[in-house]
Design a protein around this ligand. Structure first.
Ligand code: ADP
Ligand code: MG
Length: 143
């Protein structure tokens, strides 16, 4: 499934809809360069889950937990991960195989740990189509 957006609000709205429809145990992975809109997407998803709190990139904690929504929301940003061991240390399996919704920014850095079933999103720019254009590819993965 391919979506195209032309403003951050559109990416937010798309993610919000996915958040509204999400069921417990869903893991979303996000791939895309710095500044492409991964955190905007995370904010929309959180909004769709009923979370009003501000969502920032959990850059220094790997995972940020939000408990106030329809179900727990686990927001990962593994950009600065040094060693895959760090994922073991935070007990990532409790999140990936728990009853909340996970979103993993920079998921390609922990590819080998990703669950077999997940929804993979790739966000890309195309400057020929404008500075705010984003192509968002969504694929359900079942390994
Ligand atoms: P990332 O988390 O991928 O590093 P951010 O979500 O923090 O990126 O930042 C994305 C930036 O791009 C924001 O400043 C946002 O306003 C801007 N932007 C412009 N157009 C879009 C779009 N179509 N979708 C998402 N973000 C967009
Ligand atoms: Mg980010």
């Amino acid at each position: 499934m391919i979506y195209e957006t032309n403003a951050p609000e559109e990416t937010f709205a798309l993610a919000k809809k996915l958040g509204e429809e999400a069921v417990p145990g869903t893991v979303f992975t996000l791939t895309g360069d710095l500044g492409v809109g991964k955190t905007v997407f995370a904010q929309g998803l959180a909004c769709g889950l009923g979370i009003d709190e501000a969502i920032n990139s959990p850059t220094f904690t790997i995972v940020q937990v939000y408990d106030e929504g329809r179900m727990p929301f686990y927001h990962f940003d593994v950009y600065r991960i040094g060693d895959i061991e760090e994922m073991e240390e935070i007990g990532y399996e409790d999140y990936f195989y728990g009853d909340g919704v996970c979103l993993v920014e920079w998921a390609e850095l922990i590819e080998e740990l990703l669950p077999e079933n997940r929804i993979a999103l790739v966000i890309e720019k195309d400057l020929e189509k404008g500075f705010d254009y984003r192509k968002i590819t969504m694929q359900e993965v079942t390994e």
